[in-house]
Design a protein around this ligand. Structure first.
Ligand code: NAI
Ligand code: 15L
Length: 266
């Protein structure tokens, strides 16, 4: 399972730096892109700075690429205009570039914040109604709709991964449910790149955690089998003082994002 050239956006970010290493086996050349500075290209790498808000630059970025892993963009709640340029215009530019350059497979780093206003007592599958919890969550919801449209209209296939919390370890009680290890993220990306006939598949990106809120029945064809679990961090997480039971981080799947903003003009 190896492609000729994979484009990774968001390559200077937290996940991008991890994937720059862990995706090496899957492409002859990794084309790495971000707005922020990146380390110089090593063997089998191309480093191409690009602002996702720049349509022509994104078009050039997708030239001669076999698949795109779209991890670039604003990754937390911010004022709408910032989200608009990086995430909303950004994903439109990316799919237009894929269409014009004949790229047939995209993996989209979507987010649990697409469904963040659901309560932690609910179990959701990929068909559950979305309840975005922020401008950020709205932008990811739009991104999933763009992915769906470009499959129906142009046959470009996408796996949208509603990533939970992908960090070295779960940082709090909520992340005991949402945590996705870097190893499991990489395994899920491998499945998302190489499983044939995915159409537009939505999958929740989580490890094999003990208490989960998401059901991946509609993504069974990916054959994703997580190997890690947040349970190994239970003692260190439970050593922290518990937030009050009505704290958003204990009530909503999206945690604190549901209470971010509003962003008033100064
Ligand atoms: P990050 O914020 O560390 O990385 C995002 C990268 O995108 C940054 O390097 C930033 O410079 C770049 N970027 C921002 N605006 C840009 C623009 N206009 N043009 C080009 N590049 C731009 O975030 P992280 O944690 O690495 O996440 C990567 C992706 O995965 C993001 O799309 C995020 O929304 C998504 N995600 C991450 C989760 C996590 O737990 N780490 C959870 C859910 C989704
Ligand atoms: C996300 O979508 C963010 O990009 C990440 O920084 C975390 O906040 C994560 O969700 C989470 O919900 O823990």
């Amino acid at each position: 399972n190896r492609l000729d050239r994979i484009l990774l956006t968001g390559a200077a970010g937290g996940l991008g730096k991890v994937l720059r290493q862990s995706l090496r086996p899957y492409a002859r050349i990794l084309r790495l892109s971000d707005l922020a500075p990146m380390d110089p290209a090593g063997p089998g790498e191309e480093v191409v700075p690009c602002d996702l808000a720049d349509r022509d630059a994104v078009d050039a970025l997708a030239r001669d690429v076999d698949a795109i892993l779209h991890f670039g963009g604003v990754s937390v709640e911010r004022p709408f205009e910032e989200i608009l340029d990086a995430n909303i215009r950004g994903i439109f530019h990316l799919y237009e570039a894929a269409r014009r350059n004949g790229v047939k497979r995209v993996v989209f780093a979507s987010s649990n914040h697409v469904i963040g206003f659901h309560k932690q007592t609910e179990t959701l599958d990929a068909h559950a109604p979305r309840r975005p919890d922020s401008y950020y969550g709205l932008s990811k919801s739009y991104g999933e709709d763009v992915a769906s449209f470009y499959f129906d209209r142009y046959g470009i296939e996408t796996v949208s991964i509603r990533i939970g919390s992908s960090f070295p370890a779960p940082a709090n009680r909520r992340m005991m449910s949402t945590w996705l290890s870097y190893r499991d993220l990489t395994a899920l990306l491998e499945r998302a790149l190489f499983t044939p006939g995915v159409g537009h598949t939505v999958v929740y990106g989580m490890s094999d955690n003990d208490v989960v809120w998401w059901d991946n029945r509609h993504a069974a064809h990916l054959g994703y089998a997580p190997q890690d679990s947040s349970r190994v961090f239970r003692d260190q997480v439970e050593a922290q003082p518990a937030p009050p039971a009505d704290d958003p981080s204990m009530v909503y799947q999206g945690g604190a994002f549901v209470a971010a903003g509003p962003f008033e003009a100064p």
